[in-house]
Design a protein around this ligand. Structure first.
Ligand code: SF4
Ligand code: SF4
Length: 88
């Protein structure tokens, strides 16, 4: 911050606006206060404050939160590839 800028984490969470119900569960568990809500009550990630811990994503009842580079599809593909490696 003293350098005049904040370097964001490579992995941060992001919210799917279509899924978010505005329940605020994510806000209650975020240890870094990195979640705010827009005028419609939809969660928004403060990228500069997010540390990419994933806590918000694990608690979201609507599965509206994903981590950059770690979507369910990407994790499933990694698991399948690892299993294929074990089988050969
Ligand atoms: S926990 Fe999920 S549904 Fe609830 S406010 Fe956060 S992103 Fe929206
Ligand atoms: S990933 Fe962690 S730090 Fe980032 S918004 Fe979610 S709970 Fe907060």
């Amino acid at each position: 911050m003293s350098m005049g800028y904040v370097q964001a984490e490579a992995i941060v969470s992001r919210v799917d606006r279509e899924r978010c119900s505005g329940c605020k569960s994510c806000d209650m568990v975020c240890p870094y206060g990195a979640i705010q809500f827009d005028e419609e009550g939809i969660a928004e990630i403060i990228v500069a404050a997010c540390k990419g811990c994933g806590t918000c994503g694990s608690i979201c009842p609507e599965k509206a939160i994903t981590m950059t580079h770690y979507t369910d599809e990407q994790l499933a593909a990694e698991a399948i590839a690892a299993l294929e490696e074990v089988r050969t």
